[in-house]
Design a protein around this ligand. Sequence first.
Ligand SMILES: *Cc1c(COP(=O)(O)O)cnc(C)c1O
Length: 221
Amino acid sequence: MDNAAERLDIIRTRIERARRRFGPPPETVTLVAVSKTFPAAAIVPFLEAGQRVFGENRVQEAEAKWPGLRTSYDGIELHLIGPLQSNKAREAVALFDVIETVDRDKIAGALKAEMVRQGRTPRLLVQVNIGLEPQKAGIAPAEAVAFVARCRDVHGLTIDGLMAIPPDGVPPGPYFAQLAILAREAGVALLSMGMSGDFETAIAMGATHVRVGSALFGHRG
Ligand SMILES: *Cc1c(COP(=O)(O)O)cnc(C)c1O
């Protein structure tokens, strides 16, 4: 990692330029720095440069890295962006501030039980399998609005937004646009979409959160 501050500055500038060019809305775009696979030592320069919002895709890996980093840096906001098993709900609620991958009733119920038990209320997003890809997690687009309502009415959860990962190898714009429409229909404000290769397109379509990994940390081994 040569210069974390410089990379952060470049990405933040691109985010702000896209936001001004295409928006507002959104009024602000939050950069979620995706630190998965990188050790704590590689994350420290980004914390030193002022970044506070990070994304991890595995509960166990995050548990190994973040409690230690949190003892040294205030104000960290940690997002779970990878699939969640219901037997990991306890650890996920204890560790994460935002869980972006709620995608089925079993998880919603397990999260609610843990939130009550621990007295913690991480913000929740529903993951939508926007390209209906069998290998990807997420609720089907046609079921997303009803699932958000069920999270609220059946499980007693507040859902703040939607998250999606569009298919590889095709233009992502239409998928981002569809996610934005679903969020409007579901009555939720946050839209987590866009990664290193396409975050400006996502911002054009209304992303409030972009999840950027390799453009900040370099390629994952
Ligand atoms: C790894 C990952 C990212 C970051 O991808 P990059 O292309 O490295 O920016 C974003 N979102 C999710 C869900 C991921 O798993």
